[in-house]
Every structure is written in structure tokens, then in C-alpha cells.
Ligand binder design. Structure first.
Ligand code: FHN
Length: 451
């Protein structure tokens, strides 16, 4: 079964980190706590008895599932992954497994996941749940809390059977079709337990995906490291979870927002390498997605309304390596050149062997032809394509040129000197010759040589 079909085409999803940690928002007892907001309980070593008091204050009266789904949809996002339970152990949905949940322990007394499931159904967005299957800082037997509980005395198998599995079951039986169960930090989990979780998900909802962080290669696709992007095209299905500032869960003092240009280039870069971009928002304790996130998402949505053809359902670049001026995506018979730096009147592409039939700007409704000069350079021994481009870019961040070509792209993959004079040797296209079997050189997922 190809359960990955919709996800491969989707390319762009919204990650939502929302939980009790949005109340302290990075500050505990007047002190700024370093690091990502949702880790405040562990970073400040807050005792369970104190942290759980936050539930009594959690009343997100401004929460509107319609609004959140509208923001995601207008941004051009096709799926939403929301924290059903993060490492703090608090269920953000109505769980019968434990009373430590939003319906039983907060004055809000409502299940926001029900509203989200309905709004997503209506708007054609796939709802997916994040679930921390091993770390649970609230539970006696969960992993990660060594300041309240004795690590030696923990019975993780008990936790797994009595909380993790039953909660995953609830998530897959209470909210209609779910796109992904997005597991995270497998830490103490055994290969059998990872397999059991993946099987449980697939048994309850055969179409539902499981990400690789379920552990031990039991997932349907690869989650890259947080904010990590490989340096070249990866053939396996993969996704980068990423922040818009420096935190996942809301932090009142984190204003380090990436610009729209940066976010757009990251989206394009990821898609050109065959991945999906799961971009995070961290709503406040009142249930509001911070305005800087909303503004950025709006701008990305506007760009996608014009250039979405080059993103949704697009295949990765036929060039394995990064290009200096931007990135390429493709569809049958078409190459999309995403230009980040529109400096010259002429864009040069090396190594493309196919004949270019037409070139035009994706933003140009009339598809007016751009002049191209295509020749084989005998001295350099490769094909050179010159595209004459207008003086000003149609978009200040990323402008897309469509090349219509004959047949599947054929690329001369020889290593060439770039216009800047650089010659880049990427780990992912290298053959490793070890000096001895003991020299532990690996190429990591990101394409960087590690040892
Ligand atoms: O520990 C978590 C972190 O809080 C956050 O949820 C990210 C999102 O990918 N995952 C873990 C760290 O990789």
C-alpha cells in the first residue's frame, strides 16, 4: 500500500506545539529559563506536583480551531501535526487513560482536538498527532524525569502498556482519519516496542503514517533532525521539522523570527532535495498563534498561490548538489528554476542535455517566452544553457522560471567549478575509501561526512 502518496505531494505542513508550557512561556518564578519552551519542566527541574498546578490555569478561551485551520490553509499547508502529548505527559485531548488531560484537569474542560478534527475535515487538511511515546516527565515509569523519580526503579514496559499504547489507540479511534502519528525521542524504547507501535497504528488506521522517530527503523518515512536539511537530494521519503524562531512551544521573549525570504528559501531547498517542510507554530496559553507567525505564513501562502505548481507534487532536482543561485524542482516535461539571487540579466545552467522548448516566468500569466541560448561548449566539454531574464525579479525572495524540456531530464553530473570559483565536493556523492576497517567514517543523513 502506498500510504505515502498524499504526504509526498503535500510538501508543506504545520507543526503545532501547544501545551501547559505555554503558560510559563519560558519564565519560571521570575527567571528566564534557557532553551526550548516546551522543555521548561526539565530545564528548570520543576517538581511534578508544582508543574501539574499549571493545568488549573490553562483556559485557552481564544482558541478557535477554524482560525488555526484557516491560517494553515491560507499558508498553503496541507497537513497539521499537533502535540497530543508532549514530554511533560499532559494530554491535550480527552483521555480516559489518565486524568492528566485538558478536559479533566483544566477549567477549559473541552477537547480542542475534536474541534480541530472537524475543522480539518471540512477544509480538506489532514490532521496528524504528535505523541511522545517514551519521555513522560509526569509519570512514575515514563522516561526523562530523574528529579522526581528514581530512574533505577522505573518500569518502562508498564508505562508503555498502560499509558503509551492505550493513548495511541485513543488518538486513532476518537478523531476520525488521522494522517500521521508523529512519534518523538524513542530513548528507552526497544525494537519490539517500536514495531508494536507502528503495527498498532497501521492496524487501527492502515492509511496512517508513522515517522521514523518511532525508533528502530519502524517508521514509514525519515524525520530529519530538528531544523536539519541534507546537503543534497535524498531518495528516501523525508521531512524536516523546523522552528520559525528558536523554540517550539511558545516563549514570550523569543523574538528571533526568520524572515519570509529565509522561510521560503528553506521550503524550496527542502522540496528540491525531495523532502517535506513541517513548519512550527507555538500558540499562547490563550490559544492564539503569535502574530509574527501568522504574518509570515500569510506571505508564504501568497507566494504559493502563484508558484505552488513548482512545489506541490514536485519531484526533487535532477542535479544532486546545491546550486549557487537557488534550487530546482521538476515535474514531467518541466524544470522549475527557483532563483534566490536575481543579480544578473542572464542565468546560466550547466550540464542540462535536454533541449529546452520554452522558458517563462511562473508568475507571468501570459507565459511570455524568455530567450534561451543552448550550446555545447567544446572547451569545457559540457552543455551550457543561458536564459536571458528581465531586469527585475517578479518576486523579491524567490522567482521561478519554468523550462519546458523534451523527455526526462538528463544531467551531466560532472563536478564543475561554480561561477564563484568554488568547487564543491559533497559527502553524499563521494565513495569512501577507508584506510582501515576500524576508521569509522560515515555519511550522515544530512550528507555530511561524520566520524
Ligand atoms: O524534544 C523534542 C522537542 O521538544 C520538539 O518537540 C522537537 C520537534 O521535532 N522534537 C524533540 C527534539 O528533537
Amino acid at each position: 500500500m502506498d500510504r505515502l502518496g498524499w504526504w509526498r505531494d503535500a510538501k508543506f505542513g504545520m507543526f503545532i506545539h501547544w501545551g501547559l508550557y505555554a503558560i510559563p512561556a519560558g519564565i519560571w518564578k521570575g527567571k528566564e529559563i534557557e532553551g526550548i519552551g516546551e522543555w521548561i519542566m526539565r530545564r528548570a527541574q520543576i517538581p511534578v506536583k508544582e508543574y501539574e498546578q499549571l493545568a488549573k490555569q490553562f483556559n485557552p478561551v481564544k482558541f478557535s480551531a477554524e482560525e488555526w485551520v484557516r491560517i494553515a490553509k491560507e499558508a498553503g499547508m496541507k497537513y497539521i501535526v499537533i502535540t497530543a502529548k508532549h514530554h511533560d505527559g499532559f494530554a491535550m485531548y480527552d483521555s480516559k487513560v489518565s486524568d492528566y488531560d485538558i478536559v479533566d484537569a483544566t477549567p477549559f474542560e473541552r477537547d480542542p482536538m475534536k474541534d480541530l478534527a472537524e475543522a480539518c475535515q471540512r477544509e480538506g487538511i489532514k490532521l496528524c498527532f504528535y505523541y511522545s511515546q517514551a519521555q513522560d516527565w509526569h509519570h512514575l515509569d515514563g522516561a526523562g524525569n530523574d528529579w522526581d523519580y528514581d530512574e533505577e526503579k522505573k518500569d518502562f514496559a508498564k508505562y508503555f502498556e498502560e499509558k503509551a499504547k492505550p493513548q495511541v489507540r485513543e488518538l486513532l479511534t476518537q478523531y476520525g482519519p488521522i494522517g500521521i502519528i508523529w512519534f518523538d525521542t524513542p530513548v528507552t524504547i526497544t525494537p519490539e516496542q517500536s514495531r508494536e507501535l507502528a503495527d498498532l497504528v497501521h492496524k487501527l488506521q492502515p492509511e496512517c503514517l508513522v515517522n521514523s522517530r518511532v525508533g528502530h527503523n519502524a517508521g514509514d518515512y525519515q524525520s530529519a533532525g530538528d531544523n536539519q536539511i541534507p546537503t543534497c537530494v535524498r531518495e528516501c521519503p523525508w521531512e524536516t521539522p523546523a522552528t520559525m524562531n528558536d523554540t517550539w512551544g511558545y516563549k514570550v521573549n523569543d523574538h528571533n523570527w526568520k524572515s519570509v525570504g529565509t522561510l521560503l528559501r528553506l521550503l524550496v531547498d527542502i522540496v528540491s532535495k525531495g523532502g517535506n517542510y513541517l513548519l512550527n507554530v507555538g500558540p499562547t496559553a490563550e490559544g492564539v498563534i503569535p502574530q509574527p507567525s501568522v504574518e509570515r505564513l500569510k506571505a508564504i501562502g501568497s507566494w504559493l498561490r502563484i508558484n505552488g505548481e513548482a512545489i506541490y507534487g514536485a519531484l526533487p532536482s535532477p542535479y544532486l548538489l546545491e546550486l549557487e543561485w537557488g534550487a530546482i524542482t521538476r515535474k514531467p516535461g518541466k524544470l522549475y528554476l527557483h532563483i534566490f539571487d536575481w543579480a544578473e540579466r542572464e542565468l546560466v545552467l550547466y550540464g542540462l542535455k535536454n533541449k529546452v522548448k520554452k522558458a517563462y516566468l511562473l508568475a507571468d500569466e501570459k507565459c511570455s517566452f524568455l530567450k534561451v541560448i543552448q550550446e555545447y561548449n567544446k572547451e569545457l566539454e559540457y552543455d551550457v544553457l543561458k536564459i536571458l531574464i528581465p531586469e527585475s525579479a517578479p518576486d523579491e525572495n524567490v522567482s521561478v522560471i519554468v523550462l519546458e524540456i523534451d523527455g526526462d531530464p538528463e544531467i551531466d553530473r560532472m563536478i564543475i567549478q561554480r561561477a564563484s570559483g568554488k568547487v564543491v565536493l559533497e559527502g553524499c556523492v563521494a565513495d569512501i575509501h577507508r584506510s582501515s576497517i576500524d576508521s569509522p567514517i560515515n555519511i550522515g543523513f544530512s550528507g555530511i561526512v561524520e566520524n
